[in-house]
Design a protein around this ligand. Structure first.
Ligand code: UDP
Ligand code: MG
Length: 322
């Protein structure tokens, strides 16, 4: 056993947790770079690769890497659960005193781990990587994400740092709290922020994807954004109530205007167009408010079913080179 491998019962100093969905093209390079980064630390480490129900050769590549690498742990999920749940499964299996969460596509450079560890030595529980630049993402996506983070910051009950992903170093007690949270709609960066303790930023330049395509099409990004807002805040419900109040006032104004015209001007206001505008306006506001309430009720429904939030098919622990 070389010095970087922890004995099976002891906690390694660091766990890398990496969710992977159809990432067969990047796994070889990812493994090489994470091993180099881990080896450069004077610490024991494990690498947790979560296979999130991939339909390509991701699992086969993982298993063949594990055949010669005792630091590797492959967590195979029963199906595709989505990035946030795959990440949650990885956190649950991890044993490290600290955990570095990163994406498989090498947009988050593993080589930064040394600096992040050093920053945490200063007494913080979370070192969150904050994007100075983000190459490789389409301009529209960058714009949408920037807008989303600003809306989220405004809405969230607990401040969530701007322009961060899930690339962050967590202490064991923060990971334990996240694992303990039973919610099935998970927005991990919001949950981490909620836990508290000392959390410090670490500025970095986000690279382009090493290979393959994004696994976050627009619809998944929208779902993540909605999860982010609904799980971090009930303020949209408050806003819906305010909107109701505002439109009630508008209606009172219209009634007063109609009565005034009838009593003092001697005619009632007429007009199909204005009537239709008011009716459709009120109808759409009602549907919008109902939709907001529905976002919460739907999630409550899924939560009370009490199903497990992910299912692990198998855990394959790496073995030393025979
Ligand atoms: N991912 C996952 N399950 C999914 C979708 C994505 O585990 O259902 C992983 C993916 O393999 C990657 C990370 O989540 O490691 C981020 O995905 P991606 O890089 O495609 O997102 P983007 O950087 O384009 O937002
Ligand atoms: Mg990516």
């Amino acid at each position: 056993m070389n010095s970087s491998e922890a004995p099976p019962t002891a906690r390694p100093r660091l766990s890398f947790v990496i969710p992977c969905y159809n990432e067969q093209e990047v796994l070889g390079e990812l493994h090489r770079r994470v091993k180099a980064a881990g080896g450069s630390l004077d610490a024991t480490y494990e690498i947790i690769l979560v296979n999130d129900g991939s339909s390509d050769g991701t699992l086969d590549v993982m298993v063949s890497l594990a055949a010669t690498d005792p630091t590797l742990v492959v967590v195979d999920l029963s199906r595709n659960h989505g990035h946030q749940l795959a990440l949650s499964a990885g956190l649950q299996v991890s044993r490290g005193e600290r955990v570095l969460v990163l994406d498989a596509d090498l947009q988050d450079p593993p080589e930064l781990v040394g600096e992040m560890m050093a920053l945490m030595d200063g007494g913080s529980d979370v070192v969150y990587a904050q994007r100075r630049t983000r190459r490789g993402d389409a301009p529209m996506k960058r714009l949408a994400c920037a807008a989303f983070y600003r809306v989220l910051t405004w809405l969230a009950d607990r401040p969530i740092p701007l322009d961060t992903g899930d690339f962050r170093l967590l202490s064991r007690r923060v990971v334990d709290e996240i694992v303990r949270m039973p919610e099935c709609h998970r927005f991990i960066r919001g949950m981490v922020s909620w836990v508290g303790y000392k959390q410090v930023p670490f500025a970095y330049d986000r690279k382009g994807r090493f290979a393959g395509e994004t696994k976050y099409p627009l619809i998944r990004l929208v779902t993540l954004a909605l999860d982010g807002i609904v799980t971090s805040s009930t303020r949209p419900l408050m806003l819906a109530t305010y909107a109701g109040g505002l439109f009630a006032l508008l209606c009172v104004g219209l009634i007063v205007y109609a009565l005034y015209s009838w009593l003092f001007v001697g005619e009632t206001p007429q007009g199909w167009t204005s009537l239709m505008i008011i009716v459709t306006l009120l109808g759409s506001v009602q549907l919008l408010v109902l939709g907001i309430v529905g976002q919460y009720v739907g999630r409550v429904h899924e939560q009370v079913r009490g199903r497990p939030i992910f299912i692990i098919r198998d855990i394959i622990r790496g073995t030393p080179n025979a």
